[in-house]
Design a binder for this molecule. Structure first.
Ligand code: ATP
Ligand code: MG
Length: 238
């Protein structure tokens, strides 16, 4: 870790489904102020890694959040230790207003203090959410819904923000605004773990990107590898 104990340390994380391995003992860390990428083909174990960190699936190995082991804690408690997940497919509450979606994100806060400050931060990051505060969330565009999903996760005031394929199904402009926001979030000192299928973009954006293949980390890429087609192709096809 580059910044003391702040951030996420994953050691020998393994996840299986009824004995079929999905993640086979992987180790990595996500320091504060860094964005770390996790890429790999369908079924590689990317989502399972995030679910394992959250304690949403049975896992082996250790997960340390800000220097503390969160083993055995429920996902709700992991959120209270400072980890938020923006799930694949966003899962916003479409029938509720934008404001109420954000309010629900705040349920996971470690402290009730500072709610208004966090809300102001989220609305500064995503002004559209303030503009559409009373609108039904299901009526927002895909890009706006992704902003809402990220905003909702931030309402828990996490130190570590994890995102599962935030660019999925978005227009290029919407993808740009999501990654601009992630850049600001990283700059604000949070640790960001981003799962993506878009290899080149992710490798360029993140300080480090791990390639996951059949539940194992097979390669670590640096931003300068982003345009190295050979290396990226190998990373995907072995
Ligand atoms: N709930 C589940 N029950 C049984 N097997 C599962 C379950 N979820 C995932 N798997 C299996 O675990 C493996 C890893 O899946 P996972 O969803 O973690 O991969 P992924 O890298 O996120 O893939 P994708 O890019 O398609 O989202 C796959 O073989 C998948 O079929
Ligand atoms: Mg997935």
């Amino acid at each position: 870790m580059l910044t003391g104990d702040i951030g996420l340390i994953v050691s020998d994380l393994a996840v299986d489904y009824s004995g079929v391995p999905a993640v086979r003992g992987i180790s990595f860390d996500v320091p504060a102020g860094h964005a770390i990428g996790l890429i790999g083909p369908n079924g590689a174990g990317k989502s399972s890694t995030l679910l394992g960190i959250m304690g949403a699936v049975t896992r082996q190995g250790t997960v340390e959040v800000n220097g503390q082991d969160v083993g055995g804690l429920s996902p709700e408690k992991v959120v209270r230790r400072g980890v938020s997940l923006v799930p694949e497919g966003r899962h916003i509450f479409g029938a509720l207003s934008v404001r109420d979606n954000l309010r629900l994100g705040g349920v996971g806060r470690r402290s009730k203090d500072g709610y208004d400050d966090t809300l102001a931060y989220v609305l500064e990051l995503f002004p559209i959410l303030g503009e559409f505060a009373d609108r039904q969330a299901g009526l927002l565009s895909g890009g706006q819904q992704q902003q809402l999903a990220i905003g909702r996760a931030l309402m828990a005031d996490p130190d570590i923000l994890m995102l599962d394929e935030p660019s999925l199904g978005l227009s290029p402009t919407a993808v740009d605004s999501v990654f601009d926001a992630l850049s600001a979030i990283r700059q604000a000192g949070k640790a960001v773990l981003v799962v993506e299928q878009r290899a080149e973009f992710t490798v360029a954006f993140c300080e480090r990107t791990y390639v996951l293949h059949d539940g194992e980390i097979t390669l670590t890429l640096q931003p300068e590898d982003a345009h190295n087609v050979d290396k990226l192709t190998k990373a995907y096809f072995g």
